[in-house]
Design a protein around this ligand. Sequence first.
Ligand SMILES: Cc1ncc(COP(=O)(O)O)c(C=O)c1O
Length: 366
Amino acid sequence: MILMNDFESEASEIKQAMLDAVRRVINSGWYILGPEVQAFEQKFADFSGIPYAVSVGNGMDAIEIALRALGIGPGDEVVTTPMTAFATVLAVVRAGATPVLADIDPATGLLSPASVKRCLTPRTRALILVHLYGQVRDMDQWQALCIESGVQLIEDCAQSHGARWNGRTAGSFGSAGAYSFYPTKNLGALGDGGALVTRDEALAARAACLRNYGQSERYVHPEIGLNSRLDEMQAAILSVRLDGLDASTEVRRSIARRYANGITNSRVHLLAPPQQAAAHVYHLFVVLSPKRDALQAHLKAEGVQTLLHYPVPVHHQRSCEDIRRDPAGLPFSEAHAKHCLSLPCHPQMSDADVQRVINAVNSFAG
Ligand SMILES: Cc1ncc(COP(=O)(O)O)c(C=O)c1O
């Protein structure tokens, strides 16, 4: 079976470097918010070309902390997409704010500016832009829209480590960017992890306070915060894996190029290619088919594992049925949820694996 992720096959040098890192942490006797966390935060900030990176417990907390650090909470509306991990919307609810869902552009799965505009009200305080599947698009327009509308831009970068727009990294366009280091992400820990990146020193300081019980210094709590800290072990692992991120992204890009050129089945549609200013990182390679379930069954029979991102848009979750949304409805999100299929696209795939996936997709007869 060609799997969606294959960590067992990760290069043995990386595994050895991770074991060395874990041994270093064990021998240091310091396990939470210590030198490894500080070093990783600096390294990730440098990698991103953004002055501040504040590590946190996971990607969802990074979004919640970004909102809270910006003073967004009860009575405030936050516009985002139903075509995302549930955590994006849950973070808004956890911050006490009201999520409002806009529809997507069917060509990309990303938010539609026209739909976002229909969702704006005088109470809208922020837009959470999800760089879904590793795509970064139209950042100049999004920045302009947020400035014009007086709303904060928060980037959900959980799927876009290293993605760029005109040479600038995802997370550098808004007030804050929120990263997840969940194991399957392009930069993954061996457990949960996340980070908030920002150019704003005061915001970074407030986020650092919020992640640690709202503590500004020992025994002093000016805010009601969270316990959302990256541990030393995960920080040390992430520092090792960050060294290999550019190389693994290049492998993802070459797989994506081969898929884009090799998939010729007219029953299977590709998403719009990246714009010229964009450097896509292909966290996922997603195709669309009106016969998605049959395609998935066919690929399984051919030995190719696939997943769905996402089969249930947020407004169809029972906990979110009465969530506010674009008054024109969310028809493109509905269709995307029915048609999307994620193909294996990860750095451990061999050339032969990629060809097998292409052959399997092309042999789907519907
Ligand atoms: C787009 C998106 N946002 C947020 C998250 C939440 O990240 P985490 O699982 O680290 O909380 C994820 C991860 O699944 C994600 O893919």
